[in-house]
Design a protein around this ligand. Structure first.
Ligand code: ADP
Ligand code: MG
Length: 332
């Protein structure tokens, strides 16, 4: 079952005296129970905007968002419907959800209280349990957020989200501010929470190398649109969209061979003035004439894979097989 379902979501930011920015231009994505879906793309592609829509923090200009089968309520000052508490968001900066001036214990107890989840007598036990679930000692209840490392602080922000007993978490660049070893540890924590507590996660990151370590499936976003989805294995070993391939090639190699930045020339265009046709065509080494004129739609290629690229429309599969990786049809 789809726990969270975004369909043809569009978000336009209006700007005084200037053309509106269509940051998300019709993106669909779904999250099933207990899985981790990575959403990747360069900075400026609309990931954070889509994350805020997915978490119910902003309303889409068009399209729909459903959580546990029901449309998300319009964000407003009033309390969200109780069932939407099971959808929580974690940000890059842990201070987005932690108060620097209050002790951890009372902040976590508050998160339980505001959601009416437990009688007062049971809150302290639950706070300790939350700390344990994110790998921190019970003594943390007496401390303030600044007394922790960046990685520990992100664990605390995650504990705060867990206090609401979520079935789904939307995490926007939760690892980006951390050093490499803290990144690996927090990534492991996410995997563990997904497995043990069966929490589904939409994990947003510009870093495909990290997402690959934890995600079951990956969606690749470019300039407001999803351009490819697939299992992590499919995307990593046989990327179909030239943008996905370029993202992979741009990752530094562990063997010290370096990156191939030439595979991703230029930068993400201004979403207020997107290129005609396929939005990626000005940066694409394999662009056809058609790509400059006609936008490809996201079509299913096989069970989990969808791709929006003229090189991979069904007739192109027959006509232009050399554009695919060798062995591209094997083992999908
Ligand atoms: N509040 C806003 N007002 C106007 N433009 C915005 C606003 N927030 C984001 N944008 C623009 O929308 C585009 C997508 O931004 P964002 O969703 O933050 O992407 P990402 O998280 O992938 O970097 C960018 O061009 C950004 O400048
Ligand atoms: Mg962002």
């Amino acid at each position: 079952m789809n726990l969270l379902e975004l369909e043809s979501v569009e978000v336009s930011y209006s700007r005084r005296g200037r053309a509106p920015v269509r940051a998300v231009a019709g993106a669909s994505i779904d999250l099933r129970q207990g899985e981790i879906v990575g959403l990747v793309g360069e900075s400026g592609c609309g990931k954070s905007t889509l994350a805020r829509v997915a978490a119910g923090l902003i309303s889409p200009t068009a399209g729909s968002v459903r959580f546990e089968g029901e449309a998300l309520a319009t964000p407003s000052r009033r309390a969200r419907p109780r069932r939407e508490v099971r959808l929580q968001m974690v940000f890059q900066d842990p201070y987005s959800s932690l108060n620097p001036r209050r002790r951890i214990g009372s902040q976590l107890a508050d998160a339980i209280r505001i959601n009416n989840l437990l009688p007062p007598a049971e809150r302290e036990r639950r706070v300790v349990e939350l700390l344990e679930q994110v790998g921190l000692p019970a003594t943390a209840i007496h401390s303030f957020p600044h007394q922790f490392s960046g990685g520990q602080r992100q664990r605390l922000a995650i504990a705060r989200a867990l206090a609401a007993e979520p079935t789904a978490l939307v995490l926007d660049e939760p690892l980006s501010a951390l050093d490499a070893s803290a990144q690996a540890q927090v990534a492991n924590l996410l995997l563990q929470l997904c497995r043990e507590l069966k929490i589904a996660m939409l994990l947003i990151s510009h870093d495909l190398a990290i997402v690959r370590q934890v995600a079951d499936r990956i969606a690749v976003m470019y300039l407001g649109l999803i351009v490819e989805t697939g299992t992590t294995q499919q995307l990593w070993t046989q990327p179909r969209h030239p943008y996905t391939r370029a993202l992979i090639e741009a990752i530094p190699h562990a063997d010290g061979l370096g990156t191939k930045p030439e595979s991703l020339p230029g930068e993400v265009p201004d979403p207020a003035r997107p290129p005609a046709g396929c939005r990626f065509h000005p940066r694409c080494a394999q662009a056809l004439e058609r790509c400059a004129v006609e936008a490809p739609s996201l079509i299913p290629l096989d069970q989990e894979r969808t791709v929006a690229c003229w090189l991979h429309t069904p007739e192109k599969h027959e006509a232009n097989p050399q554009s695919l990786d060798r062995g591209a049809f094997a083992g999908d």
